[in-house]
Structure formats: C-alpha cells, structure tokens
Design a protein around this ligand. Structure first.
Ligand SMILES: *[C@@H]1O[C@H](CO)[C@@H](O)[C@H](O)[C@H]1NC(C)=O
Length: 208
C-alpha cells in the first residue's frame, strides 16, 4: 500500500513537471516598442570597407566609427549610455527573402541580424571605433552598418548608418560543402553496406 502511494505520488510529480513544461511562461516585461522612423538620426557612422569591396568572413576586418552629428544640439546625447552596432543586409540582398525583411518596428526587423559590437558611449559626442573581423556565420551578401544609441534601460534612442546604397560585400564561408561531403560519405558507405547485406541474405535464401 505504501509502495502504491509512493508510485502514485511519483507519477503525479512527473505529470506536474510535464504539464508545467508545456505551460506558457509568464511573459517577460514587454520591451518598449521602438520604430526606426521615430528615432533621430543623430549618429554619423562610417565603415572602412568601400562600396563593392569584398570581405572574407572569418578573415577580413572592417573598421566602424561613430560620433554624434555635430549639427545636434548640446545635450542631445545626454541619455546615450552605449552604442550597439549591427551589420545589415543591403536592400539588394533582402529582395525576395522574407527572412531578411526590414521592419520599422525594431523588434521585428530581420535586416540587421549580425552584432558587430556594443560599447559604452563616450559622453560629449566623442564617438568611438571598432575593428570588426567579419564573423564566420555571416553569409555571402551585401551589407551596410547601423549603430544605435541605447539608453540606460536598453532602449534604442537614436541611430545612424552607412549608406545602404554604398554597401560592401561579404564572401561567406561555405560550411555547407563540408557537411554535404560528410553526408554523402555516410550515405554511400551505408548503401554499399546495404548492398552487401542483401546480397548475403539472397544468397542464403538460394542455398536453402
Ligand atoms: C548631420 O545632420 C544634418 C541634419 O540632420 C544632416 O543634413 C547631415 O547630413 C548630417 N551629417 C552627416 C555627416 O551625416
């Protein structure tokens, strides 16, 4: 009887855990909705890569610089705490690709997927620079650079970008080739093994 009780309570525990896993988690505090079109374009952003230049992922470096536009009034950057820099697909590389779609709502934007860096903002419009080695997972495409000024709560409050029409190119690492080769190797080994197996099976049937 005691055993049955233990088993029952154990199984109800498992049930509770299973149910709990399936329940929606309480939503995290909803991040503030930010629209790019509402942000002041207060940052001047430049990238060392020229229009049409080809950078090799995992090898080449692009230097990104940013500063407060000198036409901004004094104190315009009072709330800036850090700068978040992103690599964005240029319009030509977004065409017909829903998964790279740009959105005015920054939480829905898929055009600027690759993080370049996030650094504290040098108060007083001092600006900053960062040498970015193109990450190995950046695919072949044309890109421009965007920088967001972020406030203490982590919300984007201003931005700047290099011209999307003067994009540079990245030649991605075609890692897929390596895995395809492995897959092809596995499957051809498997088919030879299968051939040998059925040959033996057939032969045995005949011999009977
Ligand atoms: C700085 O801002 C002014 C006014 O918005 C704009 O005309 C100018 O192009 C900006 N400068 C740079 C270098 O982006």
């Amino acid at each position: 009887m005691a055993r049955l009780g233990v088993a029952l309570s154990l199984s109800s525990l498992v049930l509770v855990v299973l149910l709990g896993a399936g329940l929606p988690r309480p939503a995290a505090a909803a991040a503030t909705q930010v629209f790019l079109s509402k942000l002041p374009k207060a940052l001047v952003v430049a990238a060392s890569a020229k229009h049409g230049e080809v950078l090799h992922a995992g090898e080449n470096t692009v230097t990104v610089t940013w500063s407060l536009n000198s036409t901004e009034p004094a104190g315009a950057d009072a709330a800036f705490k850090s700068v978040k820099v992103k690599l964005c697909y240029a319009p030509a590389s977004r065409k017909d690709r829903g998964w790279r779609k740009a959105s005015d709502d920054l939480h829905k934007d898929k055009a600027c997927q690759f993080k370049v860096t996030a650094l504290p903002y040098a108060a007083g419009g001092g600006g900053g620079r960062f040498d970015y080695v193109v990450a190995r997972d950046v695919p072949t495409a044309s890109y421009f650079v965007r920088a967001y000024a972020v406030d203490a709560s982590g919300t984007e409050v201003a931005y700047g970008q290099t011209s999307p029409d003067a994009a540079f190119d990245v030649a991605g690492i075609t890692g897929i080739h390596a895995s395809l080769k492995v897959a092809a190797g596995v499957f051809s080994t498997f088919s030879i093994a299968a051939l040998a197996f059925f040959f033996v099976v057939e032969k045995r049937k005949k011999d009977k």
